[in-house]
Design a protein around this ligand. Structure first.
Ligand code: HEM
Length: 420
């Protein structure tokens, strides 16, 4: 009965497909290459479907192994962050009055909102582990050396962008933990020579306030995504240009490994499912609690950190002092810039003792600081800004001089209303 109806529809589909193939340039597949989804050059002399088939069948170098999955895992977590971030932005409101209730609404009222939110929080942690592991792999294998040094620098900027994403996102729940951690870290940065100016521009006010929240939100959802997108395109196009570096002494030709499809994509799919399963399990088992609403006039009795980098930063600041924090940052920076100076082709680790020492100190130090930071969760913040000083900085000098000494609450309310 249905047969005569089906035929014209199928015919239309066949004609549509033929038209599409004939009118579409195979070079369009280059977009997929840019996004890291296809491997090898695109053959532009054939039709788009044949070019796609050829690209999918291309073989990877035989030396590509599981250690090369770290970059892909980082990429996948980045995509999870983008998707969950977009979903959260449907409900989140970036104002002092609405930020906190909007997060509470997401976790308690929106169907599966708690999962989306905690997946976002956990992916922000897992991406730091993945990116550090990826960076350590590249560093110790010496694959940052020419001709891949530009890609190392592009990767480094990506690391900064990932850190900036986490740092700006941390304040958005606008609870006591977010508020006081941001205050402490910004306070530390503002005491550094050049970065100090940057920190106060970022803060946008004498203390962390509604102005800071708006700025952090703009960076988090508008500025940083564009920078990250541009850097990812650069990272992948350089990767396609130079290929994945062979291990030292490798003699096999590139392209004699497994085909991209189905073998490599199947492996990538398995890794992707596993990582997603870990992230979802962590999100379901250890949801990030929401603290009390942010109050610039009351220090919280305890700080609960929900981001690895906060643990590391606070451990450095508390145990080694502000100078310890900066020394560790300098160590990271010198390690990051090393590829610009270490240009010898030698890649065997035992012949690169300085690199080995520097890398071990940094990655091991990061791990130790992270573990130490986890122990700090029940301590009160060591910020130098005490509530009294906060009020002085929050309310213009003359007003606070005129105000009766014993009525800080009245001032506090006035100050709060002035926030945008
Ligand atoms: C969002 C962050 C990042 C993503 C999505 C990403 C993705 C990738 C991918 C998929 C690869 C190819 C497979 C592999 O070698 O693992 C790769 C290679 C590479 N990445 Fe990254 N990466 C990121 C951050 C970084 C960072 C922080 C650095 C270093 C500072 C870096 C430096 C490199 C280098 C030099 C290569 C070439 C390695 C080789 O040829 O052996 N990347 N990246």
């Amino acid at each position: 009965m249905n047969e005569p109806q089906k035929k014209p529809r199928l015919k239309w589909l066949a004609v549509f497909w033929a038209d599409l193939k004939a009118s579409t340039d195979p070079a369009l597949l280059g977009v997929a290459r840019f996004l890291g989804l296809l491997y090898g050059p695109i053959d532009r002399t054939v039709s788009i479907d044949q070019a796609a088939r050829k690209a999918l069948g291309r073989r990877l170098p035989a030396f590509v192994g599981w250690r090369h999955a770290l970059g892909g895992i980082t990429y996948m977590l980045f995509i999870v962050l983008v998707v969950t971030g977009v979903l959260l932005s449907f409900y989140y409101r970036p104002s002092v009055q609405e930020a906190y209730p909007s997060i509470q609404y997401v976790v308690s009222e929106v169907p599966l909102g708690w999962l989306v939110r905690d997946l976002h929080v956990w992916s922000a942690n897992l991406i730091v582990i993945a990116i550090m592991a990826h960076m350590a792999r590249v560093f110790f294998a010496g694959t940052y050396k020419p001709p891949r040094e530009t890609n190392w620098l592009a990767g480094l900027l990506l690391l900064l962008v990932v850190l900036a994403f986490g740092g700006t996102g941390y304040l958005l729940p606008w609870d006591q933990w977010a508020y006081w951690t941001t205050t402490e870290v910004l306070d530390t940065i503002s005491r550094a020579p050049v970065l100090g100016v940057f920190a106060s521009v970022l803060q946008g006010d004498a203390v962390v306030s509604g102005a800071t929240l708006s700025r952090f939100f703009a960076w988090h959802v508008i500025i940083l995504p564009w920078i990250a997108f541009a850097l990812l395109l650069l990272h992948f196009s350089l990767l396609r240009k130079h290929g994945i570096a062979p291990p030292p002494g490798e003699t096999r030709e590139a392209g004699d490994g497994v085909p991209f499809f189905p073998n490599h994509l199947l492996k990538a799919f398995i890794v992707g499912v596993l990582v997603l399963a870990v992230a979802i399990s962590l999100a379901a088992l250890f949801p990030r609690p929401v603290g009390d609403p942010a109050d610039p006039f009351t220090l919280p009795s305890a700080l609960v950190s929900s981001w690895i980098v906060v643990d590391v930063s606070l451990a450095l600041i508390r145990y080694l002092g502000v100078w310890g924090f900066w020394l560790f940052t300098l160590l990271g920076m010198s390690m990051a810039l090393l590829p610009l100076f270490d240009r010898r082709p030698e890649r065997r680790l035992r012949r690169r003792p300085i690199v080995l020492a520097l890398g071990t100190l940094f990655f091991f130090g990061f791990l130790v600081a992270w573990l130490a930071g986890r122990q700090l969760r029940s301590l009160p913040p060591s910020t130098q800004l005490r509530p009294g000083e906060m009020i002085e900085r929050f309310v213009p000098e003359q007003e606070s001089a005129e105000a009766p000494q014993n009525e800080p609450d009245a001032e506090a309310e006035g100050g709060e209303e002035e926030q945008p």
